[in-house]
Design a protein around this ligand. Sequence first.
Ligand SMILES: [Zn+2]
Ligand SMILES: [Zn+2]
Length: 710
Amino acid sequence: MNINVKLPDGNSVELPQNSTPYDVAASIGAGLAKAAIGARVNGTLVDVTSPITSDCDISIITAPRQDKKGNSKFRDTAHQDDALYLLRHSTAHVMAEAIANLWPDTELAYGPPLETGFYYDIKLDTPISSDDFAKIEAEMAKIIASNRPFKRYDLPIAEGMDKLKAENNKYKIDNAERAIEGGAQSLSWYVTGDPSLDTACATDDSANTSEGYWEDLCQGPHVPNTSLIGASKVMSIASSNWHGDVNSDRFQRVYGTAFFSEKDLETYLGKLEEAKARDHRVIGQKLGLFAIDDKVGQGLVLWKPKGGIIRDELQKFIGEHLTKQGYFQVFTPHIGKLDLYRTSGHFPYYQDSQFPPIISREQIKSLADEGCSCSQLANMLEDGDVDGYMLKPMNCPHHIQIYASEKRSYRDLPIRLAEFGTVYRWEQSGELNGMTRVRGFTQDDAHLFVMPEQLDEEVQGCLDLVKVIFETLGLKDFRVRVSLRDPDGTKYVGNPEDWDRAESACIKAAESLGVPFSMEPGEAAFYGPKIDFVVKDVIGREWQLGTVQVDYQLPQRFELSYVGSDNAEHTPIMIHRAPFGSMERFVGVLIEHFNGSFPLWLNPEQVRVLPISDKFVDYAEEVKDKLFAEGVRVTIDKGNDRLNGKIKVAQEDRVCYMLVVGRKDKEAGTVSVRHRSEGDLGAVPTDEFVANIVEEIKTKALGPLVKASN
Ligand SMILES: [Zn+2]
Ligand SMILES: [Zn+2]
């Protein structure tokens, strides 16, 4: 029997049943077959040797080509993600084998690929340290150089479990049980073996001891052989527990990474160094932007004056655009009654991620008098027998009550309510990270209440705002993800026509951005589709910022309505949007993006005047006053340091412009301009400098507008 295999270009090939992706590639050309390292068959990533049993869509994944410098060239990010996944999954096996060769007592637990590499959890009494990394890498190099194929074999579940029990590794048994629970029809092993020793499939527990033959329980897929691993490195070691459970067995977790070429690895390590230097926690501390103080609480950001300037400028900038787009700013309190969150569904369902409720003194006293225990109180709170307040986890219910505070007609809609609203979430302490994972944060939040026919335009408006702001900040490398409903799902509220409209509004709006975007069926919340923004940083780490979410549910739960042109009551649709997520997260990402050197309009200190001696402080004051009158953030360094010392400090403080003033400047009415990245720009008439810098601030330019004089 033949099967029909459809290729990405729309062409098909007919091949015998149980042909492999390798056969498909070979039917197209020898070059493609040679380069094939895996495939996506109906969307699932598989080995190049995986038999194809029925008609399917296929896309062959090839090893990347390398340019002259040795940089791997991928077709697109999907190709890159797939190829690196296969490679890293495979390298995890090689590292595990190397470690098992070096420490024969090693018990292997679990070793998945990660976005930037892979890890393997191992049980071993001897502690591995970074001093051992070179030894592990050398052992890995031997395995890689021996050009061993990865081969899969499957055993029926009963037989496979017998084999695992005979080998007596409880973690692998657990892995297998989990796979079976997840619906696995058989158990599979991958042999990294010398083909001449490929007698595999035996339930022989001596298998892993013979040189040049090694196997691991694994669902795959992998690259065809070890020689594809162009470069690999053991990165770090940490401790971990079985499936994150602190009460279970403890492991050593060895992290590694792998690439197709040495050059790729070198580039990655360079970026990693750069990222370390750009860490917003380090720069934020050095530049005095923010602090986190244990006396206040972990995860609660204190914005210091300089950080406050950046936030204020951003909020003003976003606020101006909101006004232009017809939003109104509202202000709401930081707490609300528990009942409000019962209606919205935030309580009690998400209480693990919330600060506990606040209850009045009288109520606590009377409950205590009645002998109420803590667990009884918790139940009473859940059931609504006791009311209290909560730090708000979301701004939506407050904004909804603003909408509900007046009778609304179709003539009023859309209503767009915006607030830089602070919300509180209980993040686990291990999850906290500087400004990017916190317990209290201010969202650039807004809620739009719209009629169905307004949805397209309003979703589009949300995205236009994002585009303007990302462009102004030079965040060019971003993508959007559109989360859609699962076509077969039944959990969704709202009728299918509404969903069609909302999904098409999201897709159309995303397309209009002209940046890469993906559609992800099944990823939508049950109450509506959404759009997410993901920004890439210097080392290619992706930061999820904010979302635009269409919501059919909350207006129903709160029984919101408007009177339509037909004089009947209708339910509006809500759009939640916080495109930058939170001011904390956004500024944290911007600190790393700009490496602390913010563009002039955002930079806390824009100009510092550096008199070369006491004699010129008066003139420096004169220059400062001129700038100050134009709203420029300017200071004078009146210290006794020599000029070079003053310049060095100003550079470290990332001041945009340093104005050196001495005798010549005073006589000519000039300033000697130095820019933090352009260096010395020479003497410029003071008024000209003022005019240029005002222009640079006003236009929010990313680079300096003040040019060297001649
Ligand atoms: Zn594997
Ligand atoms: Zn909301």
